[in-house]
Every structure is written in structure tokens, then in C-alpha cells.
Ligand binder design. Sequence first.
Ligand SMILES: *[C@@H]1O[C@H](CO)[C@@H](O)[C@H](O)[C@H]1NC(C)=O
Ligand SMILES: *[C@@H]1O[C@H](CO)[C@@H](O)[C@H](O)[C@H]1NC(C)=O
Ligand SMILES: *[C@@H]1O[C@H](CO)[C@@H](O)[C@H](O)[C@H]1NC(C)=O
Ligand SMILES: *[C@@H]1O[C@H](CO)[C@@H](O)[C@H](O)[C@H]1NC(C)=O
Ligand SMILES: *[C@@H]1O[C@H](CO)[C@@H](O)[C@H](O)[C@H]1NC(C)=O
Ligand SMILES: *[C@@H]1O[C@H](CO)[C@@H](O)[C@H](O)[C@H]1NC(C)=O
Ligand SMILES: *[C@@H]1O[C@H](CO)[C@@H](O)[C@H](O)[C@H]1NC(C)=O
Ligand SMILES: *[C@@H]1O[C@H](CO)[C@@H](O)[C@H](O)[C@H]1NC(C)=O
Ligand SMILES: *[C@@H]1O[C@H](CO)[C@@H](O)[C@H](O)[C@H]1NC(C)=O
Ligand SMILES: *[C@@H]1O[C@H](CO)[C@@H](O)[C@H](O)[C@H]1NC(C)=O
Ligand SMILES: *[C@@H]1O[C@H](CO)[C@@H](O)[C@H](O)[C@H]1NC(C)=O
Length: 552
Amino acid sequence: MESYKMFFAFLFVSSVNVQSYVISRQTSVSDGCARIYNEFIASQKIRFIYDDVKDCYENFPFDKDVASKTIDTLTGLIGGFYSFLDKAKEPPQPGFDFRSMDLIAELDLFRNKSYTTLHDFTKIKVFNDTIDRSNNDCEVTHIDGQQTFNVISDYAKNSVVFSRDPGVRFNIALGRAHVSFAIRNELPAKSYIIYTLKCNNTNDFNIKRNWTAFTSSTILNMFNDSKSYFNNICNHTKESLSSSFWRQEIAKIIDDINGILAEQDKSVTTIRIIDEFVDFFKVQDFGVVKIVTELPVALSDALLANVIQGFKFKDLANTGVKKIVLDLSDNVGGQLLVAVFFNLLLFPNTYPTFDFDIRISEQMKLAITEQFKLVTPDYIFDMRGYVNSKTHANFTSSDDFISNNVYTRGGIMGNYSNKYALSDSILNERIQFIQNLTTPLPWKSEDYIILTNGFCGSACAFIAEHAVEFNNVTTVVVEILGLLNNALMPKPFPLTGTFVNLPISEIYSKINPDEILEFSFRPAKFRLFYDEQNVRNISILWSQAAALIGSK
Ligand SMILES: *[C@@H]1O[C@H](CO)[C@@H](O)[C@H](O)[C@H]1NC(C)=O
Ligand SMILES: *[C@@H]1O[C@H](CO)[C@@H](O)[C@H](O)[C@H]1NC(C)=O
Ligand SMILES: *[C@@H]1O[C@H](CO)[C@@H](O)[C@H](O)[C@H]1NC(C)=O
Ligand SMILES: *[C@@H]1O[C@H](CO)[C@@H](O)[C@H](O)[C@H]1NC(C)=O
Ligand SMILES: *[C@@H]1O[C@H](CO)[C@@H](O)[C@H](O)[C@H]1NC(C)=O
Ligand SMILES: *[C@@H]1O[C@H](CO)[C@@H](O)[C@H](O)[C@H]1NC(C)=O
Ligand SMILES: *[C@@H]1O[C@H](CO)[C@@H](O)[C@H](O)[C@H]1NC(C)=O
Ligand SMILES: *[C@@H]1O[C@H](CO)[C@@H](O)[C@H](O)[C@H]1NC(C)=O
Ligand SMILES: *[C@@H]1O[C@H](CO)[C@@H](O)[C@H](O)[C@H]1NC(C)=O
Ligand SMILES: *[C@@H]1O[C@H](CO)[C@@H](O)[C@H](O)[C@H]1NC(C)=O
Ligand SMILES: *[C@@H]1O[C@H](CO)[C@@H](O)[C@H](O)[C@H]1NC(C)=O
């Protein structure tokens, strides 16, 4: 489950030395949000010090009523629409590590607060100390006086919200491109961290690093003090601040980092860059296709045609490369249809999607039934674009979709819909679209290797059939459907800036039709380990992956 709210402050350790502009700060302003705004206006800088962000957040008083209503809404959404409510009560399969839980009961506990827990072993080193580069590659033995490994694995276990695989969560905690131990979206408890380093077998020593906050200028243009921050960001009325916006913000940061790494490297030839979507490179004798997201900002057929061009004759295929590394690392996921597009383009001889079903709660039944009556299609509860996965026939009514399948999950008997799949007419239209633009690509499935660090959102996992997690994350918004006043339905969140992402459907393996992919542990065939070289030089990592193509 992906259920996070990205606040405006991405914080990270020691990335800039803030000293130079601390001097010019207008310390007379007591509102931290206003200080951030003033500094942005004065210098156009998008990085800020911890104390300002803390003051900014702390200007919003705790509102018990808002808090309790937020939990009420969350409980309603999860109870009514989260497909894995009961499945999540079952213990994990070997390989996964998560606390099986009754989410509703956990949320109740959260009303009064509480929390827990721990885990293996490895050496953790400094990747990039921008204040003192001689510390790079030194071992970090302790963080704030605790064993480094324990600190990072606690963080991975308790604060990383992606994936049920502990190894993946650990990778994410140490990642540098998205929310991680060093890049946070919540305010750390204090303004700095003390790292204990061991370098070149000398004695241990401590370094202190301040947190630095940063955000995009889009956000910085939306407030000038704490009042406007609260009204325009926490409780806004803007469509533009949807969860897609935040995902695209992450994709942008990741894309920038990759772009910079590839540009710096003379062994990498850039073939084509489709901003914040897909990048094509050639390295030695192989190609690299880096898919950053399946949620490009301006998705259109023209954009997809551009992707096809990237693969085709003028571009990657024309270079004559025989092998392709499909780099799906740090992929935030996106739209099902974009994933299907890639599957059809890359693997035209295989069925490009999976079968789904939905847990039918009373709320879900109501939502689907009402949506079936509406003329306007194209909403998450609209099942008319799907067909029965057995017969491939259209669903004739909501009852035909909902049916009466009872399965026991987590010891609870529940109703589940008929299994469904994307309609053949939609698939055929996509197939036609691709065929209109290109003949099949020259590579066969054995010429590709998928590189992932496990951070692979819903649609990304669609492409990486063997990836370790699989959730189709859908934002459930209850305002639509005119069901707002229905007593069964959760009330909207009290603050309009709040949202939650929930997978509303279960996705089944095609090979084992009863296996729910989100809860299946799929170890990768090969594992590569980050080391001092490949962590800084992406072409080394790509070469290591390419060398595995065709090996058993
Ligand atoms: C939360 O606190 C209230 C009193 O403040 C108490 O009655 C209730 O049992 C507590 N709930 C949980 C789940 O601990
Ligand atoms: C380390 O950080 C500096 C300053 O932000 C940046 O210029 C440099 O590219 C970074 N190095 C790596 C390997 O990321
Ligand atoms: C460790 O050794 C390298 C060269 O071997 C040197 O550049 C670096 O400054 C040393 N680091 C420390 C912290 O002494
Ligand atoms: C860290 O923050 C403290 C207090 O905010 C400040 O006095 C100090 O100069 C900062 N250190 C650096 C290296 O920026
Ligand atoms: C802050 O923005 C509001 C409108 O959002 C405007 O009325 C006000 O004048 C602005 N204040 C400053 C100091 O720019
Ligand atoms: C949030 O905004 C709505 C209007 O969009 C307003 O009615 C409501 O009072 C605001 N909530 C809070 C807690 O300020
Ligand atoms: C990365 O590694 C490759 C292959 O070893 C090398 O050719 C290239 O120069 C390296 N790039 C950088 C930026 O060090
Ligand atoms: C999966 O998510 C995408 C949006 O990200 C949505 O278009 C699609 O309908 C969802 N599929 C299912 C089966 O819920
Ligand atoms: C099934 O529904 C699609 C629209 O989603 C429609 O184009 C198609 O004609 C329908 N097929 C049948 C057999 O009714
Ligand atoms: C399943 O649905 C039927 C018909 O709506 C209902 O009577 C029954 O209580 C449901 N069973 C469960 C276990 O939810
Ligand atoms: C494919 O090309 C044909 C003939 O030019 C055209 O009629 C059709 O609309 C195209 N289909 C798609 C999905 O682009």
C-alpha cells in the first residue's frame, strides 16, 4: 500500500552549506512560513534551514477535531475501499516482512498514539558529504550514538511506506532519489544528525550535519505566510495539488539525478530524452531504456509515438545494439494503460495485462452500482471498460460484475467481484496504435534484462513481471458520484489537502490464477550489490546488468 502525504519540505542532510545565506535572513519575522517566502523572493533559493520549516509547521495549531475527523475518513476509506483489508490480516509469505494487521484497529490505536520495532548486517558508507568530501566512502559506524545498521533498518521498517519486502525497504531507506533516511517528507525530531565515521582505519570521529529543507518553486509561489500556507496547501481547493502532482515531483527529482549522472559519463551516449518519462542511452554495445514513471505529465498519443521513435530505427535500434537494459529503478508507477503500452511494444506476443478483482464491501457495491447508472464513464468505479476475464464478455450490469464469490482472507469471509480484465477493444486499439507506427522491435524477450531496486510503483511492476511488489494504486476520492451524503460513505477529509492512495483491486498472476501478486514474494533471478563504484557511476551498474543478459 502506498499511503503517504508528501509535505512541501523534502529534507536532506548536508547537501548545501547554508552558512552563506544565513547571514541575510530576516530573523525579525516570527512566522517561519513567511521567512521562507521572504528568502525565496529575495534570492530565488529553494533550500531552507530546519528551524524555519519547523516554525512554519508549528504555526498550525493541533486541531483535535480535524485529527479525529481525518482518522474517521481514513477508517471509512480503508474499510470501504481497500481491497486487502482482510488479506492484510494474514501472516506474510516467507521473504516478506511486515506486521500482519487489522488496519481499522491500528487506526483506532493511532487516535491515542503508539509505535514499535527491528533486524541483519552490512557496511554503510558516506555517499556524498558536500561539506567535507574527504569523508566520502568512510564507514558510518553510528548515527546519533546508535549502531548505524539498527538506525537504518528501524527507519526502513517503520517509516518507509513502499513495499512489503524488507530488502526493498532497506534499499529505499538508503536511496538518494526519493523519500529515504536522508531525504524525508516529515520533519525530523531535531535540526541535525551526528554521524560517527571511521575512515582509512583511523580512529572514529563525529561529524554534525544540519538538515536542509527544499521544495519546488511551484509550491513556493503558493504562500507568503503560515496563514496562506495553511489555506493554499493544507486546505487547498486546487486540482493541481493532487497525488499525481506529488508523484510527478518525485519523478522529476529522479530524472534530474539520472540525467546528471549520465551526462557526466563519457562512456554513455544519450540517444533520446523524453523529459520525466523515458530516457534512451547507449553504453558500450548495449542499450539502456530508463523508464522513470508511467505517469508522464502530458500523456498523449504524440508522446507515446515519441517513445516508439526512441526505440526505433533512427534511434536505439539504429545503433545496432543487441541487448537492452530496462532500468525500472526508482520508478514511481502510474497508469495501467501506459504499462500496457510498454508491454505491447516490448513483448508483442504475450498477453499484456493481468486479471483483477475487487473486495465488495457495502460501500464498494454502492459506488459501483451508482457508477454503472451514470452516463459519464471513465471514473475509478466505472467497470464498463473491463470485461469478464473468463468469457471476455462485457459486464451487462453491476450485478453481473459484483456477482457472488465468497473467499476467506485473513480468517474473514468476504464478497469479491468476478475476475475482470481490460477489454479487448481497448487492447486492440493500443495494438493498432503501435502497429500503425512501427514494425516489431528487433529484440526478443531474452535480449532484455530488467534492473530494479524494488522501488517500482504499480504500473512499473506491471512491466517488471518479476518485480517484488505489485500494487495498482488508485486515489479514492469520495466527493464524486453524488454519494457524499450517503450514510454508508466516509465523509471527506476535513482538510482538502489530505489524500490517501489505496489499491482498490486485487491483481492475479496469469500463471497461478489464485495467486494475488501483491502478496507474492518474487525474488529476482540475480542480485547486484551497490558498491563504492557503481553507486556513483551508473554505467558500471548498467554494464553489470547487461553482462547478465542471456546467463542462467
Ligand atoms: C484512547 O484514550 C481514551 C481516553 O483518553 C481511552 O478511553 C481509550 O480506551 C483509548 N483508546 C485506545 C485504543 O487506547
Ligand atoms: C555531491 O554533491 C555535490 C553538491 O551538491 C554535487 O555537485 C555532486 O555532483 C554530488 N556528487 C555525486 C556523486 O552525487
Ligand atoms: C582517506 O584516504 C584518502 C586517500 O587514500 C584521502 O584522500 C582521504 O582524505 C582520507 N580520509 C580521511 C578522512 O582521512
Ligand atoms: C547548523 O545549524 C546551527 C543552528 O541552526 C547553526 O548555528 C550552524 O551554523 C549550522 N551549521 C552549518 C554547517 O550550517
Ligand atoms: C500575501 O498574499 C496575499 C494573497 O494571497 C496578499 O493579499 C498579501 O498582500 C500578500 N502579502 C505579502 C506580504 O506579499
Ligand atoms: C478548509 O476549507 C474549507 C473551504 O474550502 C472551509 O470551509 C473549512 O473551514 C477549512 N477548514 C479548516 C480547518 O480551516
Ligand atoms: C564510469 O565507468 C565507465 C566504465 O568503467 C568509465 O568509462 C567512465 O569514465 C566512468 N565515468 C565516470 C564519470 O567516472
Ligand atoms: C489502476 O490504476 C490506474 C490509474 O493509475 C487506473 O486507470 C486503472 O483503472 C486501475 N486499474 C484497476 C484495475 O483498478
Ligand atoms: C462492449 O463494450 C464496448 C465499450 O466499452 C463496446 O464498444 C462494445 O461494442 C461492447 N461489446 C459488446 C459485444 O457489446
Ligand atoms: C455477500 O453479499 C451478500 C449479498 O449482498 C450478503 O448477503 C452477504 O452478507 C455478503 N457476505 C459477506 C461475507 O460479506
Ligand atoms: C491506424 O491507422 C489507420 C489507417 O491510417 C487509422 O484509420 C486508425 O485510426 C489508426 N489507429 C490508431 C489507433 O492510431
